[in-house]
Design a protein around this ligand. Structure first.
Ligand SMILES: Cc1cc2nc3c(=O)[nH]c(=O)nc-3n(C[C@H](O)[C@H](O)[C@H](O)COP(=O)(O)OP(=O)(O)OC[C@H]3O[C@@H](n4cnc5c(N)ncnc54)[C@H](O)[C@@H]3O)c2cc1C
Ligand SMILES: Cc1ncc(C[n+]2csc(CCOP(=O)(O)OP(=O)(O)O)c2C)c(N)n1
Length: 571
């Protein structure tokens, strides 16, 4: 059937099963928007800033395992989108970004709203395409979806010049699987390597599982838990992996790294066999790599991306493959080995871990006078039954969310780990709600982060999106202030938030509910009011919190993983 390029784009999206597209129109994509007007296969959500379109599509994917989709116009539409694209790229999130481009003949002529989209985005996409012929459009769209969701997932951008959206061509619905000669991600792990891993784990006296975002991306939480239970090892989930091993499971020792628990970091450092699953030995996790390397331990690393392996630490047994497939095989082989031989005892190791746990590193001093941010997160967990989707922005509040909201399920915790992008929280909640209508959604944010995309309160009003915004308002760029206190002689250079708006009035101006909470006794009632009485409204809860509370434990930049500061007494 013959149709124009814009209709082809829309048909491709429908044939990929896309139900929601986030975007913002402009000259270069007007034919595409005209085609959107005429179709009823997917809903388009009009945001207020292109950055938010990308974040919302990114979170839609994180919360649903589908490919997130967004559309932006050429020039400023694209440049506004770049932060969102880089955010998704750093966390390996499958997305397709459709960008408008000036007509083919005008490319390179400094045309109105022209920018080199392919060049600008090249370092922060998994792949990008510039469509030069309408004949290639449908196939390019299919490839984009395929590349985004397979192998190590990531954002793929399709740049479409305006003349291509007008040109006519026949559209044939896709048939069969895609095969690309230069791209063939491995899924099954190497049998010989898995066998070596089993032998190592059988003789481990101090085994440790370090699981990351790859477990969630691979939808392998059940397989992780099953294997961890058979192995009997402690498990730590990175910031990106929270929820993969339920926090309520006795083998879970908390998050590792800069703001990880004492027991997780001690176990990472002192184990004799470390099984890394879909985790990339980030600098925030292992601290100073030289210090990390001081302890002798064997490392087994499962990752779908060969370039992740031995990138930051030397690995003894690399297993390239999809976490889910590899864990199934590993569990079977380990069970078979155990039927023949007794594995080494881990009893002493567990005694040691219980001693470390006894430090109770997340204990904090409560108050009846001033609201402690940790207390708000604990109460949020209680009020939502531990089952809400929680998005966050970036800063101290993000760390308190990760430490005190005990995630028992994967894909419930949605945050920017790799790029650490302030401003994601509210658009992330929009994407989560489009993917999971009817669920409880909280945005844990700070008074600085929320202002980076606060205009999206308007989008929420238009589409009746009802997240509860839990603003831990310390009147500081808190995380910056903490570093300045600890590393820069308490010189608080530009980290004070002056002239803050009245968030209650801001919320009301956008048609939502606003509440200001200043006393600890009012924290729980306010949360109940928001989640129960105002279930169907967006509520902005402005918690006026302790100004100078710090996030503990903390491993200072450049220090070893076990050189932790456990509280202000260690300063
Ligand atoms: C203020 C701030 C503080 C932070 N502090 C901490 C901290 O204390 N602790 C912490 O843990 N993080 C912290 N982070 C986050 C940190 O920066 C990294 O984003 C995070 O540690 C990376 O997590 P990950 O190793 O699980 O990797 P991800 O970025 O989630 O990468 C996933 C890995 O899995 C692989 N993979 C993907 N899909 C598959 C598949 N299907 N099969 C196999 N492999 C797959 C990928 O190739 C990749 O190597 C902080 C971030 C911020 C902003
Ligand atoms: C876009 C962006 N700019 C700057 C930073 C650096 N940064 C990290 S945390 C932070 C302060 C965040 O303040 P707030 O949102 O109030 O949260 P708090 O740390 O006080 O909880 C800043 C400026 C960032 N991560 N992202």
């Amino acid at each position: 059937m013959e149709m124009n390029g814009a209709d082809i784009v829309v048909r491709c999206l429908a044939d990929e099963g896309v139900e929601h597209v986030f975007g913002y129109p402009g000259g270069a994509v007007l034919y595409i928007y005209d085609a959107i007007f005429k179709q009823d296969k997917f809903q388009h959500i009009l945001v207020r800033h292109e950055q938010a379109a990308v974040h919302a599509a990114d979170a839609y994917s994180r919360a649903s395992q589908k490919v997130g989709v967004c559309i932006v116009t050429s020039g400023p539409g694209v440049t506004n989108a770049v932060t969102g694209i880089a955010t998704a790229y750093m966390d390996s999130i499958p997305m397709v970004i459709i960008s408008g481009q000036v007509p083919t003949a005008a490319i390179g002529e400094d045309a109105f709203q022209e920018c080199d989209t392919v060049g600008i985005t090249r370092p922060c996409v998994k792949h990008n395409f510039l469509v030069r012929d309408v004949k290639d459009l449908a196939e390019t769209m299919r490839r984009a979806f395929y590349i985004a969701r397979t192998g190590r997932p990531g954002p793929v951008l399709v740049d479409i010049p305006k003349d291509i959206t007008v040109a006519q061509y026949k559209y044939t619905p896709p048939k069969g699987e895609i095969a690309l000669r230069s791209y063939a991600p491995v899924t099954k792990g190497h049998q010989g390597q898995i066998k070596k891993a089993v032998q190592m784990l059988m003789s481990a006296e101090r085994p440790m599982i370090y699981s990351g975002g790859g477990v969630i991306l691979s939808d392998a939480s059940d397989e992780l838990r099953a294997f961890a239970e058979v192995l009997g090892a402690p498990v730590t989930n990175t910031l990106m992996g929270l929820g993969a091993m339920p926090a309520s499971n006795g083998q879970f020792v908390g998050m590792p790294g800069m703001h990880g628990t004492y027991e997780a970091n001690m176990a990472m450092q002192h184990c004799d066999v470390l099984l890394a699953i879909g985790a990339r030995f980030d600098d925030r996790v292992i601290g100073n790599p030289k210090h990390f390397a001081q302890n002798a331990r064997k490392i087994i690393h499962i990752d779908i991306d060969p370039s992740s392996i031995s990138k930051r630490v030397r690995v003894d047994v690399p297993i390239v493959g999809n976490v889910k497939d590899v864990l199934v095989e590993l569990t079977a082989q380990y069970a078979a080995a155990r039927a023949e031989n007794k594995p080494a005892s881990t009893e002493k190791w567990w005694q040691q871990i219980e001693t470390w746990r006894g430090r109770e590193c997340l204990k904090y001093i409560g108050s009846d006078e001033v609201i402690k941010p940790q207390y708000v997160v604990e109460k949020l967990w209680e009020v939502t039954g531990g089952d809400a989707f929680v998005t966050s922005d970036v800063g101290q509040h993000q760390m308190w969310a990760a430490q005190y909201y005990k995630f028992d399920k994967p894909r419930r915790w949605i945050n920017s780990g790799g790029l650490g992008t302030m401003g994601v929280g509210l658009p992330y909640a929009m994407g989560v709600q489009m993917a999971n209508p009817g669920t409880d959604i909280a945005v844990i944010t700070g008074e600085a982060s929320i202002q980076m995309n606060i205009q999206e309160l308007s989008t929420c009003q238009q589409y009746h999106l009802t997240p509860k915004i839990v603003c831990l308002n310390n009147r500081f760029l808190g995380m910056v202030r903490q570093w300045q206190q600890i590393d820069y002689g308490s010189r608080y250079s530009e980290s004070y938030m002056d002239s803050l708006p009245d968030f209650v009035k801001v919320a009301e101006a956008y048609g939502h509910v606003g509440l200001r909470i200043e006393r600890p006794a009012d924290v729980e009632p306010a949360l109940r009011e928001a989640f129960k009485k105002h279930k169907d409204r967006l509520v902005f809860l402005d918690f006026i919190t302790d100004r100078t509370e710090n996030v503990w434990p903390m491993v200072k930049a450049g220090r070893g993983l076990t050189e932790m500061l456990l509280g202000s007494e260690d300063l």
